[in-house]
Design a protein around this ligand. Structure first.
Ligand code: AMP
Length: 249
């Protein structure tokens, strides 16, 4: 079975983001970028399935600027076999990414698409769901465990009240939750090997997809500063504040 994995280049999770002074977005100039953490979990899942013999080929896909090549090289160093960069300098929104990956699925015919449950820059949590709808495939979101046997998959997914178990037909679109696995570190020999793995570069127009944004960002602002807390003398004072000031009990 071939697997397609969506990997997004985002601001590194350890960086404190700054809003641009004109409020038009987040400042990404000279900021450390990295693979979206949930996409790392997606690549790791594909590699583990290949190591277990369920998967024969892993194709990593990224939609975005030329620098996404670095992110794809990381996916190759983790164990992906080849990569496709769908290059565009436009801002890409979830619907555009879903359309691009749908077009690639029509061409590549994977048996499984693995994506992160959300990208930590836009926090959209939409692309996997939109892709499943466009393909007309079943979707399993927030997956913490999956076992594929022939043309069915047994899935455990994280929901508010606990864990939900599902059975699904393949092909399937799944999105990864935090507890699915712990991604491996890339080693230097694997980084060197990844340089020789194939990385194809295509444009959205080559796939017949219009990636023009459909949503306009009106304003991006920092959250209000938290004010300092106060110390209370006793439990009675705390309860009084919770009841009469915060009005939470
Ligand atoms: P989102 O819906 O934006 O929160 O993203 C969810 C997941 O969709 C990510 O973890 C990726 O697996 C995939 N994805 C989103 N944007 C891109 C992109 N530009 N290139 C490749 N994959 C993407």
């Amino acid at each position: 079975m071939k697997v397609l994995v969506g990997v997004k280049r985002v601001v590194d999770a350890n960086i404190k983001v700054r809003v641009k002074s004109d409020g038009s977005g987040v400042d990404t100039a000279n900021v450390k970028m990295a693979m979206n953490p949930f996409c790392e979990i997606a690549v790791e899942q594909a590699v583990r399935m290949k190591e277990a013999g369920t998967v024969t080929e892993i194709v990593a896909v990224s939609v975005g600027a030329a620098q996404c090549q670095e992110t794809l090289r990381t996916a190759l160093a983790m164990g992906a076999d080849r990569a496709i960069l769908v290059e565009t300098d436009q801002e890409v929104q979830p619907l555009a990414v879903a359309k691009v990956i749908k077009a690639l699925c029509d061409k590549e015919k994977p048996g499984l698409v693995i994506m992160g449950k959300q990208a930590i820059d836009d926090d959209c949590n939409q692309t996997g769901q939109m892709l499943a709808a466009l393909l007309g495939w079943p979707q399993a979101c927030f997956v913490s465990k999956i076992e594929v046997n022939g043309d069915t998959a047994q899935i455990t997914r994280e929901i508010d009240g606990g864990l939900e178990k599902l059975s699904s037909k393949m092909p399937l679109v799944m999105t990864t939750d935090l507890r699915l696995n712990e991604p491996r570190y890339v080693t230097l020999p694997n980084i060197m090997k990844a340089k020789k793995k194939p990385l194809e570069n295509v444009k959205p127009a080559d796939l017949g997809v219009d990636v023009a944004p459909r949503l306009a960002t009106l304003k991006v602002a920092e959250p209000p500063q938290r004010t300092a807390g106060v110390k209370v003398d006793d439990v009675a004072a705390l309860v009084n504040k919770l009841k009469n000031e915060a009005r939470v009990i």
